[in-house]
Every structure is written in structure tokens, then in C-alpha cells.
Design a protein around this ligand. Structure first.
Ligand SMILES: Nc1nc2c(ncn2[C@@H]2O[C@H](COP(=O)(O)OP(=O)(O)OP(=O)(O)O)[C@@H](O)[C@H]2O)c(=O)[nH]1
Ligand SMILES: [Mg+2]
Length: 653
């Protein structure tokens, strides 16, 4: 049974080694002394290993897809370390990295990072990934102990400290099109004894912020509490962003992949990949992987929460790699199980292709340095509010912050609904009726909507602040109320301005109609026929808004006077006088304007009286003894006010 496979194996292995030596002296071929040795023969004289090699040859075919940009990839450098409870960037490493980024032909960089508990094979996986991206034809030809791209080792002690990157931009064929290169990033293991929660969260946060794909490494089985921890770290990040007035991280195309190591339940046949499962979309998730994702991520609150930070969530399982975790392992790739190698190769292809297509999540080459520095400053500032706090206290702060945010949004949503907020001022929005503000003139309505919305926001806050005690909730509710009260004057002013714009528009329309009618008298009846319904509509709209009718009319009148002033004087006088000739004799231009005004408002003296009483805050019947000319006098005062305004502005001019 062994004869034929052994022969095939040896020849393929030789071919692999020939390829290796063709790489030159930069990477000494430690595999050479193994050829023909007993260990080599023993390791490969199994049908399984032969299949592995057969599969590797298939990889060779698909591996040529990887574009090798360098014969030897430099070793990873430590980009960020944790010193005295602060993230510190290593300037020399950053310079090396930035030089490598700029030397590449890529415009964007997709970071693939790995994070998770310590001593679980994170660096080993990334080391293999780097080797594969460097040259998928001969990635296993060397002794894996030598020339480690990412340093890994057996034993109990932590190996990786801080954040490490390979100062090299990897490219795959799709990078040629998208110009998105790949950067591999390794992180210190989380939850190591003695590490503060801040340290764990901030390292995870940094990886989450920078990565297009975050590989979250887990041993044997995904657990709900692991997902919760990750979500808490991402929440912390979001809270920090809010505290600093920055937009929270966007999930744009970002991917989170739970990488489950030493998965013992895989179907051995599946790992042979006899049928080419990979599609143009990459290796699909197996049923088992989908089921893990569904049970621990999609159906848990924490898992669903992660959807805020990552657009796609995946799960990938890797079988046990064999006895490589033993202290005496010499790094022979032949000791690694074929299932592990096969799955890794497929996964590397899939991850690399997906990352190079994730242009939205990638960071511009020119922005990388600045982005990294900003994130580090941001994360260092989180210490203030996590220092000395238990996880539950931080969770309570988080839930309160979230509740406050949601309460604010509910306030805004209610105000929009009540028509007391403007959504936008762009003309298309106004035309489409998307601008709320139909009630802008109604000060009482605005105040009432505000009162209701503040109450609803308070209820929302109390409903969502689940993890805080009553005292903290009461304090936050009063802070929220105070904050929203401060909003009111600004909203009132905004509404006033919006309303003014509408009135100005109406005034311009009126004056245009009057002018045209004056210049072309035969057109006057037609124009009047069109204008009157338009006015009626406007007044009706003010009216159904429950508005202050008189105040509207006076405001409209003022708006007209202001508009008039901006028009050429000769046009105005000639047009007006022609049209309202009967008033010309009085030479009282104001009277003309009052005429326009009274015509517009088209309501009776008794109505005018009532409105004025309300406007001036008088008792009903307070203006009973005033005749219509006296009432007009009051209206005229308003006009004079505007005239004065005009004079002042002219003087100032
Ligand atoms: N059981 C098992 N061991 C592995 C796997 N991958 C690598 N190892 C071994 O696990 C040991 C630790 O590997 P590392 O890559 O240094 O682990 P790490 O998670 O980066 O460790 P820290 O950097 O210390 O957090 C090494 O002896 C590897 O050979 C795996 O999939 N399963
Ligand atoms: Mg490591």
C-alpha cells in the first residue's frame, strides 16, 4: 500500500524542494536534510499524507493565483506595545511599515488581524498565512521553525506582546484590479493573568478599528461568554468614540471571523476537499460552521450586538494540526496534519480574496499613519473611565450611555413627527415636503411638542438603562431634561428663520404679481385669479397649523416690506402707483402697503380686532371701542417698526 504513494510523495516533495532552492540563499532550505530520512518517510508513508500532498499539488495550481511580490517576506515588527498602561507606537517600526506601504502599488490597505486568548496558535496561523501569500507554491517547503514571519513558539509563556505587523504589503490577483493590498497583524493574547481589562479591550479595539477582517481565535468551541467579552470590548470602543464626539466605528464591509481551532467534529472527508468546494465567492461555510455561528452569534444578544461593528460575521473551523504543539517539535511541515494544511490553504485564499475586495473597509495608504495614531490616542483616553471599575460598572456606564443616546434620538424623532424640527433646508426636500416645519409659526405647538418629546425621551431612558441603579437613572434623566431644555431656544430660533424664509417667498411672489399687474394692466385680472387661491392656500396652511393667524399676517407684511426695499425703487413706485392710483394722491406709501396687507389678510374688522387683542395680550373685548382705522393704526405701527429697521440698516450701510 505504501509503495505507490511513497514514490509519488517523494517526487512531489523533491519538486517542492527544488522550488525552494530556486528561491536562492535568502531562505535556507532546511527541508533538504530531511529528504530520504527516516522521519520523512515515516511521516509521509500514509495514504492521508499522500492525499495531503495531492491536495497540495492542487493548491499549487490554484496557488499560482497569489502574486508573489517579494522572494522573502521580512519578519514582523512590533508596531504598538503596552507600556505603563498606555499603548505606545514604535516609531522605527511605523517608519518601516509606512515605507513598505508607500513602496507598494496599492492605494488602500486591508488589514487582516488575529486576536483572542493567549497561547492558542494565533501567531502560528498568521505565520503560515504570510508564507502562503508570499508563495503559495512552496509555502510548506521550509522548516517552519526558521524564518518565522510572525514569531510563535511552544510553552506556557506568552510569546506575542503588543501588536505586530509584517512590514510588507501582500497582493493577490484581485489586488491588481482593486489596488487593495493586504497587511497581516498579530496581537497579544487577551485575558492573560495580570492584564487589565482596559489592556484587553484596547488591544481588541485597535485590531477591530484597523481591520478589514478580524480573526477572533478560539480553541475547540465558541462560547457565549467569549462573544460577550468581544462585544463588551467593541462597546467600550463605541462609548469612547461618543465621549470624544467622534462618529462610532462604521461596520462598512468589515468582517469578523470566529476561527475555531482544534475542531474535533469535522467530517474527515470534508477536509480532503476532493470536490472543489471553493466558489468564486471563496470557501463556503460548512454546515457545522453555520450552525456554530447561528447558535452562539446570531441567536445571542451579544452576537447580534456585534453586527453594529461588523457587516459580516463568519465562523471557520480548523482541525487539530497534529503534534506540533509539543515542546520538542522541530518545525517539520510534514508533521502537520493534511486536513489542517488543506483547510488553511483554502481559508487563506478566501480571506485574501475577500480582504482585497473590501475597499470600503480598507485604509488609504496615505492615511494609515495618521489613522493609527488617532486610534491609539483615542484608546489611551479610555483609561480614564474604566480605571478601577469592575466589568459590571463599565457595562452599567455603557448601557446608560446607550440609553441616553437612544433617548436623544427618540426626542428628535418625536419632534420631527410633531413637525417641530426641520429635517433639511435643501430645495428638493422642501418641494418634496420633507421639511417639517408646517407648524413653525406656532410657538405654543412647538413648546407642547417639546414637552411631550422630553417626556417620551425620559421614559425611553428609564426603559433602556437596565444595568444602572435608580439613583443613577434619576440623575441621568434630569441631566437629559436639562440638556433638551437648552435645545428649545435654538429650535425656536430655527423655526422662526424657517418661517421667515417662507414668508419672504410669499412676499416676493406677491410683489412680483403686483409689479407685473402694474406694468401689464390687462394681465392683472388673470394674475389676481391665480394669486388669490395661492394666498388662500397659504393662509389656510397657516391656519390649519393652528397658527397665530394675526402674527403670520403681520410677519408676512413685514417680509413684503423688506423684500420691497430690496427691489429697484423706480420699478416699485411706478408699478405700485399705476396699480393703486387712487392712493397715489395721499403720497402715503405706507398706505399702499397697508392696502396690500389688508387685501392679503382678507378678514373682517371684528376678526382683526380679536386677533389683535390676542396678539397684544389684551382681555377679549379690550379693543372693542377701536374702529377699523384705529386697528389699522396698530398694524401700521408694525410697518413702521420695519421701516425703522430699514433705516437703521441703511444708516449702518
Ligand atoms: N493544539 C494546537 N496547537 C497549535 C495550533 N497552532 C499552533 N499551535 C501550537 O501552539 C503553540 C503556540 O502557538 P503561538 O502561535 O505562539 O500561539 P499564540 O496564540 O500566538 O500565543 P501568544 O502569542 O503567547 O498569545 C505552538 O507550539 C504552536 O505550534 C493549533 O491549531 N492547535
Ligand atoms: Mg502570538
Amino acid at each position: 500500500m505504501a509503495a505507490l504513494p511513497l514514490c509519488t510523495t517523494t517526487s512531489r516533495r523533491d519538486a517542492a524542494l527544488r522550488q525552494t532552492s530556486a528561491l536562492g540563499d535568502s531562505r535556507p532550505s532546511h527541508g533538504r536534510h530531511v529528504v530520504g530520512s527516516r522521519s520523512f518517510v515515516n511521516a509521509f508513508a500514509t495514504a492521508g499524507a499522500c492525499r495531503a500532498i495531492r491536495r497540495s499539488s492542487k493548491h499549487t495550481a490554484r496557488g499560482t493565483r497569489a502574486v508573489s511580490r517579494a522572494l522573502s517576506v521580512p519578519q514582523a515588527v512590533r508596531l504598538v506595545s503596552v507600556k505603563e498602561g498606555q499603548l505606545v507606537i514604535d516609531d522605527a517600526s511605523l517608519l518601516r511599515l509606512v515605507t513598505a506601504l508607500q513602496a507598494s502599488s496599492c492605494t488602500h490597505i486591508a488589514v487582516i488581524s488575529i486576536a483572542g486568548a493567549l497561547r492558542q496558535g494565533k501567531s502560528f496561523f498568521l505565520d503560515l498565512f504570510a508564507r502562503y501569500l508570499e508563495s503559495s507554491d512552496s509555502w510548506l517547503a521550509d522548516s517552519l521553525q526558521d524564518h518565522q514571519r510572525f514569531h510563535w513558539s511552544s510553552g506556557m509563556e506568552r510569546v506575542t506582546d503588543g501588536v505586530w505587523v509584517c512590514p510588507h504589503v501582500f497582493q493577490v490577483p484581485s489586488s491588481e484590479k482593486t489596488r487593495v493590498g493586504i497587511l497581516l497583524m498579530d496581537t497579544q493574547g487577551t485575558y492573560e493573568p495580570g492584564a487589565t481589562r482596559w489592556q484587553n479591550d484596547s488591544l481588541l479595539g485597535l485590531a477591530g478599528l484597523l481591520s478589514s477582517t478580524l480573526l477572533f481565535n478560539i480553541s475547540k468551541q465558541l462560547q457565549e461568554d467569549t462573544v460577550e467579552d468581544l462585544q463588551a470590548a467593541m462597546d467600550m470602543l463605541q462609548m469612547t468614540c461618543r465621549q470624544h464626539g467622534r462618529p462610532p466605528p462604521r461596520p462598512d464591509s468589515k468582517n469578523l471571523t470566529f476561527l475555531v481551532r482544534d475542531w474535533a467534529h469535522a467530517d474527515p472527508q470534508e477536509l480532503l476537499f476532493e470536490d472543489d468546494l471553493a466558489t468564486s465567492q471563496g470557501l463556503p461555510m460548512s454546515d457545522q460552521e453555520q450552525s456554530v455561528l447561528a447558535s452562539f452569534v446570531h441567536s445571542t444578544t451579544a452576537g447580534q450586538g456585534l453586527g453594529q461593528f461588523f457587516e459580516s460575521l463568519h465562523c471557520r473551523t480548523l482541525p487539530h494540526p497534529g503534534h506540533i504543539d509539543r515542546p520538542g517539535w522541530t518545525g517539520l511541515s510534514s508533521d502537520i496534519s493534511s486536513g489542517f494544511i488543506n483547510k488553511c490553504g483554502r481559508l487563506f485564499d478566501t480571506l485574501a480574496d475577500a480582504a482585497s475586495a473590501q475597499a470600503c473597509a480598507a485604509i488609504g495608504v496615505q492615511d494609515f499613519e495618521q489613522t493609527l495614531k488617532e486610534f491609539v490616542i483615542l484608546l489611551n483616553s479610555t483609561q480614564d473611565f474604566t480605571e478601577g471599575k469592575s466589568r459590571s460598572a463599565v457595562l452599567s456606564d455603557l448601557s446608560m450611555l446607550n440609553a441616553m443616546d437612544r433617548a436623544r434620538s427618540s426626542y428628535r424623532a418625536n419632534m420631527y413627527r410633531a413637525g417641530a424640527l426641520m429635517k433639511g433646508k435643501a430645495i428638493p426636500q422642501i418641494l418634496l415636503g420633507e421639511v417639517a416645519g408646517t407648524r413653525a409659526l406656532v410657538a405654543q405647538d412647538l413648546a407642547a411638542a417639546h414637552r411631550d418629546s422630553v417626556a417620551v425621551a425620559g421614559d425611553e431612558l428609564r426603559r433602556l438603562a437596565l444595568f444602572s441603579d435608580e439613583c443613577a437613572v434619576a440623575q441621568s434623566a434630569s441631566e437629559l431634561e436639562e440638556e433638551l431644555e437648552k435645545e428649545l431656544p435654538r429650535l425656536q430660533e430655527e423655526n422662526r428663520q424657517w418661517n421667515q424664509q417662507r414668508l419672504n417667498g410669499l412676499a416676493e411672489l406677491t410683489l412680483a404679481a403686483v409689479t407685473v399687474s402694474g406694468l401689464v394692466p390687462p394681465a392683472a385680472p388673470g394674475i389676481a385669479a391665480v394669486m388669490m387661491p395661492a394666498y388662500a392656500l397659504q393662509l389656510w396652511r397657516f391656519k390649519i397649523a393652528g397658527g397665530d393667524f394675526m402674527a403670520n399676517s403681520i410677519e408676512l407684511h413685514k417680509a413684503m416690506l423688506r423684500t420691497e426695499r430690496t427691489w429697484a425703487k423706480d420699478v416699485r413706485t411706478s408699478a405700485f402707483r399705476k396699480l393703486y392710483g387712487c392712493f397715489v394722491d395721499s403720497s402715503d406709501e405706507m398706505l399702499l402697503e397697508v392696502f396690500v396687507f389688508t387685501e392679503l389678510r382678507s378678514f373682517t374688522s371684528s376678526r382683526l380686532r380679536k386677533e389683535l387683542e390676542e396678539l397684544l395680550g389684551l382681555q377679549p373685548g379690550g379693543l372693542q371701542s377701536y374702529g377699523s382705522s384705529q386697528l389699522m393704526g396698530i398694524v401700521l405701527e408694525a410697518s413702521e417698526e420695519v421701516q425703522d429697521e430699514g433705516r437703521h440698516s441703511a444708516d449702518e450701510g
